[in-house]
Ligand binder design. Structure first.
Ligand code: SIN
Length: 309
């Protein structure tokens, strides 16, 4: 590739895109402090207490931060389940998870729990939540109640930054494709996590794992106008009109590409940390490196109004 082409495009495909999340941001943030967690994805927000009702301006800035950075992290938030639910509802209608054991008396909250004697964890592979739904989830809000002394971090990858770094030719090809997603192989009878892990008590309702959905491979964010790659290793099964075998090579290429370290950030949890991510523009991966310790988080997922491409 010539140097002039790299300059013209604002990136060097095959290398890291030049435009960072901060450069893509439309305006400064006035109602809280925001510090990027890495050049291309994630931001730390401080100076607000989300247990309290949000003003319209703070809510609007949080929505913008989520859109621009893909995932936002807030520390030292003291939230009851009711306050967690109330905060989530500013961002959309709650999408009750069918498979994870809910928190007692709060069906809206899924429990992400690993006990000291357990081996497998929930979310221990790259995925985005609920892509098998007809209208995929907008965001998830994960709140840490108990964390290991060390370990149990979560990785987040930007599928926007990954899209930006593709060649124009592949971007154009992806724009013409749709992909099939399913819950069956992950949560259904006979799925690996039901038959080969110690998760069954935490992952319920195999009979409900009947979701199949087809979505455009590119998602265009309604607020930023930026495009994201919308396939993921957890739930995507093939391209529409292609066999699973035919789809394998291109999906494998895209998965390896999104996993490149420059598109990711790693969040080290503390008790009372809250992470909120946009499921349409990020993937996440819960690292399972804390055997013998408990990790307990509460997750709420909210719906999007539309899924546009
Ligand atoms: C999830 O996949 O939603 C859980 C992520 C985590 O536990 O860090």
């Amino acid at each position: 590739m010539s140097a002039s082409l790299a300059t013209e495009r604002g990136d060097s495909y095959g290398g890291a895109p030049v435009m960072t999340s901060r450069q893509a941001a439309q305006a400064p943030y006035r109602h809280f402090t925001l510090e990027p967690a890495s050049p291309l994805v994630g931001a730390f927000i401080s100076g607000i207490d989300v247990s309290q009702p949000l003003s319209a301006v703070i809510h609007a800035e949080l929505e913008r931060a989520l859109a621009e950075y893909g995932v936002i992290f807030l520390r030292d938030q003291t939230l009851t389940p009711e306050q967690h639910i109330a905060f989530a509802q500013y961002f959309g209608e709650i999408d009750v998870n069918r498979f994870f054991k809910p928190v007692d008396q709060y069906p809206q909250i899924a429990e992400v729990r690993k006990e000291p004697d357990q081996k497998a964890n929930i979310g221990g592979g790259w995925h985005t939540d609920h892509s098998y739904d007809q209208i995929p989830a907008k965001a998830s809000l994960l709140y840490a109640r108990e964390v290991p002394r060390i370990g149990g971090d979560t990785l987040f990858a930007s599928t926007v930054a990954a899209y930006d770094a593709l060649s124009p030719g592949l971007q154009q090809t992806l724009a013409g494709l749709r992909a099939a997603h399913s819950s069956r192989h992950v949560f259904g009878h006979g799925s690996l996590q039901r038959t080969q892990t110690d998760l069954p008590g935490r992952v319920l309702n195999p009979d409900l794992a009947t979701q199949d959905a087809v979505h455009p491979v590119l998602f265009t964010h309604p607020e930023t106008g930026r495009r994201a790659i919308y396939v993921n290793p957890g739930f995507t099964v093939r391209f529409e009109g292609w066999t699973a075998q035919e789809s394998q090579s291109l999906l494998a290429f895209l998965y390896e590409h999104v996993k490149r370290p420059e598109f990711s950030t790693r969040f080290a949890w503390q008790a009372k940390s809250l992470a909120m991510w946009d499921n349409r523009t990020t993937w996440h991966f819960a690292i399972n490196d804390y055997s013998g310790e408990r990790r307990l988080l509460h997750r709420i997922t909210v719906r999007s109004n539309t899924h546009s491409a």
